[in-house]
Write a protein that binds this ligand. Structure first.
Ligand SMILES: [Fe+2]
Ligand SMILES: [Fe+2]
Length: 358
């Protein structure tokens, strides 16, 4: 059974009329800002006169008394920031991701963007320092993402609507994570055996595999990955070794879950045996391996590269649908539906699918 939806309200609960322009700052949110220098302009809603006025300029110093006053305003639900300053706020919130599950002033688009920023940062840090402590932090954030989707799997559409095109390994990892989760949700909701709904532990492992699929690329020199064209054999070997390097890193970190390992090991395998590292064919490529291959290839196409512009999403999905010798036909088909209409199981009968905004 699909879990009942517990949607986040689209407006702050106490002062709905302000929600278009302002975002309410709860005491929890206030705590994530540097206490002496809140990084955004702060606004106070004065109920008596029905007006909103600025009480703090971004980055200015707040004395101890002023801090106490500001905290009191937050507690009373009268403290706001401009929605247009939302990115600064999101950057701070992404460092304490658990708050997105309890903050009710945020709409889903904002939550998706906060997840994006959080994972981009976590993955980049982990790739920079592939150590246990960074991995544990990444796992912690994945548990929060799994909780968010488990409460309502249709929320995945907000994630797949928040992809970025920048040429950056961490951005590619997060795009692949979001798209792969979209496919995982579609597969889970589409099961006909009555077990529809998400398996949270599997979801968390698929997510970890997707986020880390290119972990071994940290061993490949950037000048090789950025090469415009004419890769020589040595460059290709160096790139192909990212699989082996990634698996060695998983060994060192004692990550033994098969779903995570299959995603890392098989995301460049192709069903006709033309992939690497082992040239596996057909059924020998696991479901997580196929899913990561589709998500990874799609995200590689829609990202900008130094030598070409980003591909249009619908075209990129169609390319994979037409390449059924190499890519799983069902998953590529689901991807095409995801980018054009969203998750069908999330549409009410008769409701037209929207462009998912991917
Ligand atoms: Fe790869
Ligand atoms: Fe990749």
């Amino acid at each position: 059974m699909t879990q009942p939806a517990t949607p986040l309200p689209d407006r702050p609960p106490t002062v709905p009329a302000l929600s278009e322009t302002y975002l309410q700052i709860s005491p929890n949110i206030l705590e994530i800002f540097p206490r002496f220098r809140p990084p955004v302009d702060l606004y106070l809603h004065d109920e008596a006169v029905g007006r909103v006025g600025r009480i703090h300029r971004a980055g200015a110093r707040l004395g101890t008394e002023a801090q106490a006053r500001v905290a009191g305003h937050a507690l009373a639900g009268r403290l706001f920031l401009l929605r247009e300053d939302y990115l600064v706020y999101a950057e701070h919130l992404s460092r304490k991701l658990g708050l997105v599950l309890v903050e009710d002033g945020l709409n889903h688009r904002e939550v998706a963007e906060i997840f994006f920023l959080a994972f981009r940062d976590r993955v980049a840090r982990f790739m920079d320092q592939p150590k246990r402590a960074q991995l544990d932090r990444l796992r912690g954030d994945i548990a929060i993402l799994a909780e968010y989707l488990w409460a309502d799997p249709c929320r995945v559409e907000f994630l797949t609507g928040s992809l970025h095109k920048d040429h950056d390994p961490a951005v590619h990892a997060v795009n692949t994570l979001f798209v792969g989760l979209g496919l995982f949700v579609m597969l889970s909701l589409g099961r006909q055996d009555g077990s529809g709904g998400l398996d949270r532990p599997v979801l968390a492992n698929v997510a970890l595999g997707l986020a880390l699929h290119d972990l071994g690329m940290t061993n490949v020199p950037r000048f090789v990955t950025d090469k415009e064209r004419y890769l020589v054999r040595r460059d290709r070997d160096s790139i192909e070794r990212h699989i082996e390097a990634g698996l060695r890193m998983l060994d060192r970190l004692k990550v033994n879950d098969p779903v995570v390992r299959q995603c890392l090991e098989q995301h460049h395998e192709r069903l006709d045996g033309s992939g690497y590292p082992r040239g596996l064919r057909g059924e020998a490529v696991s479901l997580p391996g196929r899913l990561c291959a589709v998500a990874d290839s799609f995200c590689a196409m829609i990202g900008r590269r130094p030598y070409r512009d980003a591909r249009v999403v619908a075209e990129a999905a169609t390319t994979l649908v037409h390449d059924s010798r190499r890519y799983d036909k069902t998953l590529a088909g689901l991807l095409a539906v995801l980018v054009s209409r969203g998750v069908p199981a999330c549409r009410k009968p008769g409701e037209a699918g929207e462009d998912s905004g991917v």
